[in-house]
Design a protein around this ligand. Structure first.
Ligand code: SF4
Length: 369
């Protein structure tokens, strides 16, 4: 069903400066649980033997010459995870050696949030960006949640503040506020419910109202507006990775690769989505490739995702427009290892904010699929 999209867009009156860096963790976990000795990172026959099954998973995307650098980290991280009773939650945009060789759970923001509610581990290492680690902490207030690099931020999350949301609420009293999970805890705390790109339409329609405020991604909101009769009030925030794609470049791919299937993420601009054969969240794009096994695809989303899906979809050729997320790429194997050895950086959220933000995330997680 496609309704005529009804949408109204807002942006901050005064543009925000660069996002404030999240506060460093207190180091409380390191004081309580202790720092471990740094494991050996030597490449030798034993390491090669013990990691050979993991290299099998990535051999189509990681050249053999790079494996001797990665393998000692992979072995050390997997050993330390057991020692620490820790799990690694990795987003689909993480590099293949993280996604395939050390992660315990992989997925999009919604899948990772759901996993975060189920884990029995005492420590969660978030291989993703800061708002994802905050979401894990919101759902696991008593666990230690670590982000291997505090500068792993997000342009979308930096586009809006809690004060902006309060202004929207004043302007539209009684209109429900749906907030994309790609936001700070402060913004979530001012919202009625969160959504991800996989459930945004369902969440918007869950209120049964004729208008909904859907923030902060303008393009996601525009896409939602094409899928529902609900009028959408949006915010002019953008993902700096997806906004760079253009419709012209997709047309060029189609001309150069007859029969190619173009799959786009809803954070892309509307004219890019207009060129796509299928639009969906990262998990929906992965499902499309696995179910339909197209001969050739272009994945119009973050670069590493094509690598990660390619490792599991040998029958599909991937044409790779490569827009990297500079924030996701701050997470590396050496930083994950440091995180497990030194228990840093610990994510902390002001309890007053956390309680309200948690409610918004839990409402989303509890929605039926
Ligand atoms: S890909 Fe875009 S939305 Fe995702 S973390 Fe990077 S900047 Fe943020």
């Amino acid at each position: 069903m496609t309704a005529t999209p009804q949408i109204e867009i807002f942006e901050p009156k005064v543009p925000h400066g660069p996002a404030a860096e999240p506060r460093p963790g207190s180091g409380a976990a390191a004081r309580r649980l202790g720092v471990l000795p740094m494991p050996s990172l030597e490449w030798n026959e034993q390491v090669a033997r013990e990691t050979a099954h993991l290299y099998e998973r990535v051999k189509t995307v990681v050249p053999p010459v790079e494996w001797p650098f990665f393998a000692p980290y992979v072995k050390a991280i997997n050993t330390l995870k057991e020692q620490r009773n820790a799990v690694i939650l990795a987003h689909n945009y993480q590099t293949p050696e993280i996604y395939n060789c050390v992660a315990d759970f992989v997925g999009d923001s919604l899948q990772l949030a759901r996993e975060a509610t189920k884990t029995k581990a005492g420590i969660i290492v978030q291989a993703g960006v800061h708002f994802m680690a905050e979401t894990s902490k919101l759902l696991n207030p008593d666990k230690v949640v670590l982000i291997p690099d505090l500068k792993a931020g997000c342009s979308l999350a930096a586009s809006i503040t809690g004060a902006d949301v309060r202004l929207l609420r004043e302007r539209y009293p009684g209109v429900p506020i749906v907030t994309y999970v790609n936001t700070s805890a402060d913004v979530k705390a001012e919202s009625d419910i969160c959504c991800t790109s996989s459930n945004a339409v369902q969440v918007v329609e869950s209120f049964g109202t004729d208008r909904v405020i859907c923030i902060p991604d303008e393009f996601l909101a525009r896409w939602v507006a094409t899928q529902t009769k609900v009028k959408i009030i949006a915010w002019k925030g953008h993902c700096e990775v997806h906004e760079r794609f253009t419709a012209a470049e997709l047309r060029d791919y189609r001309v150069a690769n007859p029969g190619v299937q173009i799959l786009a993420h809803p954070e892309c601009p509307p004219d890019v989505i207009g060129e796509a054969d299928f639009t969906g969240s990262t998990s929906a794009l992965i499902k499309f490739v696995k179910d339909k096994q197209p001969k050739k695809v272009v994945m119009v989303t973050e670069c590493s995702m094509a690598d990660n899906v390619a490792a599991e979809a040998p029958n599909t050729e991937f044409i790779r427009p490569c827009n990297l997320c500079p924030y996701m790429k701050r997470i590396t194997l050496p930083k994950i290892l440091d995180s497990l050895v030194y228990l840093r950086e610990e994510v902390e959220i002001d309890p007053a904010i956390a309680e309200r933000a948690r409610r918004a995330v839990e409402r989303m997680v509890q929605l039926k699929n």
